[in-house]
Design a protein around this ligand. Structure first.
Ligand code: FEO
Length: 167
């Protein structure tokens, strides 16, 4: 893999690790609100993001590239109401989708076909990520100030289990 692709993959590894950090901070925020289901959802999301970083990490190594890890920024500690948290999560996923599309564009410019194939998995995954996060945003909007609906949703999110491939 050429240096431009390698640098772009390393940047994306940092984005995915930072995503994991953001969702872990959101999990910690939900812990303080005693919303166990929301906490569970965010903890699993943090694990998925780590799996995304590892997928890119392995791709770079398998191609004879060099992984160089950069510094991680601190995520915020406060996120507001459950709706505000999920709106921020959705905005974050939209940002990541943009990063993946940009990375794919670089792989096309550099005629790196293995990178393009690898990134197609991420393009699909981002559709799923935005859909899942957006669904919770919609449900939270419907719940409004209704506490019992919020607790029902919390119970539903407690059911989220790790995906079989960890991604
Ligand atoms: Fe790895 Fe949620 O994007």
């Amino acid at each position: 893999m050429n240096e431009r692709i390698q640098a772009a993959f390393n940047d994306q590894i940092n984005e995915e690790l930072f995503s994991s950090y953001v969702y872990l901070a959101m999990a910690a925020h939900f812990e303080t609100l005693n919303l166990e289901g929301f906490t569970n959802w965010m903890k699993l999301q943090a694990q998925e993001e780590l799996a995304h970083a590892m997928r890119l990490f392995d791709h770079v190594n398998r191609r004879g590239g060099r992984v160089v890890l950069g510094a991680l920024a601190a995520p915020p500690a406060e996120f507001g109401t459950p709706l505000e948290v999920f709106e921020k999560a959705l905005a974050h996923e939209q940002h990541i989708t943009g990063c993946i599309h940009k990375l794919y564009g670089i792989a096309v410019e550099e005629s790196d076909y293995p990178a393009q194939i690898e990134l197609q998995w991420f393009i699909d995954e981002q559709v799923e990520e935005e859909e899942n996060t957006g669904r919770v945003v919609d449900l939270l909007k419907l719940a409004g100030d209704n506490k019992s609906t919020l607790f029902m949703l919390d119970r539903e999110l407690a059911q989220r289990a790790p995906e079989e491939d960890g991604e």
